[in-house]
Write a protein that binds this ligand. Structure first.
Ligand code: CP3
Length: 322
């Protein structure tokens, strides 16, 4: 959940040294340092590789840039005619610096700290590929998915294959668990959720399990709401990361015995800190009771987060966990 990033002064320095966010992602020495910074400062139990979900579409041949303050821009894929231009061969070769980073981080983390690799889920990555940027309504992507399901399935299948190869390469270099970020899972109605969130994620999980038998897989179907249980059961993920809106007591009941659970503090509590953050932390720890649980945020750390609030959070969770 962006434990590395611009809220950390040491990250801002590193980012300046790298020149751009993407240069930082693709320079193993610097990306390793970005991965390790939050571990050094806060002593988290797990590190997440410093990279981005959009390196996969870039490796598939799309132009990618991050305009300062505006988020990502990609050269969009708008229909089946554009699919033949995707560079489906050689994705893993083009992403070699990412795996070098994984290897370096794995070699430098303390034994007790797990290393999490990650990728975007096929649906979320497809939305960026089709819209060419973030979106409010995902109209271009949905229009293609609803109007020409077979054509859109070809795009999703390309993303599934590339993403599976990308995750397998991370595991081979030392990632001990992987997380699949489906940030825009919550934008689809039920039937489309089954077809474009659950089915491709299941295909990804199957490919990963075939190559790396026992690596734990964490799914993050952000906004899935009432579809969360079906997502867990039908994708076969080992753990689910819950967004801020899922009631802990519901999850503890509905998901008991099915998977491990992580979540789900609203990152805005980290802006506010103080007693309201403490109370929110306590509600989460109380709500999840005795299910296998990892304390986490429900979404990414926000830019103006005071670092001392993060330190306070770690202290409180550790004190409560004994
Ligand atoms: O510390 C970590 O969590 C690991 C690294 C990580 C990043 N992005 C670094 C990053 C991870 C796991 C991601 C995932 C990611 N990237 C997602 C899924 C999770 C989510 O947030 O919903 C998505 C949708 C993206 C795409 C993306 N990357 C966007 C929309 C943006 C712009 C946001 C912004 O704040 O400008 C990014 C950029 C990005 N990815 C940054 C970081 C640290 C900020 C880049 C900078 O230094 O300017």
């Amino acid at each position: 959940m962006r434990q590395a990033g611009r809220y950390l002064p040491e990250y801002r320095k590193l980012r300046e040294r790298a020149g751009s966010f993407l240069d930082l992602c693709y320079t193993p020495e610097l990306a390793t340092e970005a991965t390790l910074q939050p571990i050094r400062r806060f002593g988290f139990d797990a590190a997440i590789l410093f990279s981005d979900i959009l390196v996969v579409p870039q490796a598939l041949g799309l132009d990618l840039s991050f305009a300062e303050g505006e988020g990502p821009r990609l050269s969009p894929v708008r229909g089946v005619a554009d699919l033949d231009r995707l560079a489906v061969e050689g994705v893993v070769e083009r992403l070699a610096p990412v795996y070098e980073t994984v290897g370096r981080v794995a070699g430098s983390l303390p034994e007790r700290v797990a290393l999490i690799g990650f990728a975007g889920a096929p649906w979320t990555v497809a939305t960026y590929m089709v819209e060419g940027r973030g979106s409010r309504d995902f109209a271009a992507t949905k229009r293609w998915a609803y109007g020409d399901a077979d054509g859109f399935a070809r795009l999703v299948d390309i993303v599934v294959r590339a993403t599976a190869d990308h995750l397998i390469a991370q595991v081979r270099q030392g990632a001990e668990a992987v997380q699949i970020f489906d940030s825009w899972a919550g934008t689809l109605p039920e039937a489309a959720f089954h077809r474009w969130v659950i089915a491709p994620t299941r295909a990804l999980v199957d490919r990963l399990r075939a190559a790396c038998d026992d690596v734990p897989i964490i799914g993050f179907p952000r906004g899935a709401g009432l579809m969360t249980e079906a997502y867990v059961v039908e994708t076969g993920v080992d753990a689910v990361s819950l967004d801020t809106t899922v009631p802990p007591a519901w999850a503890a009941g509905a998901l008991r015995g099915q998977c491990a659970v992580q979540g789900n503090l609203d990152p805005v509590h980290l802006l506010v800190g103080g007693p309201s953050m403490d109370a929110a932390i306590d509600r989460i720890l109380d709500g999840f009771g005795n299910v296998p649980f990892v304390f986490n945020l429900g979404h990414g750390v926000l830019l103006p987060t005071p670092v001392e609030h993060v330190a306070r959070l770690v202290e409180r969770v550790r004190a409560r966990a004994g």
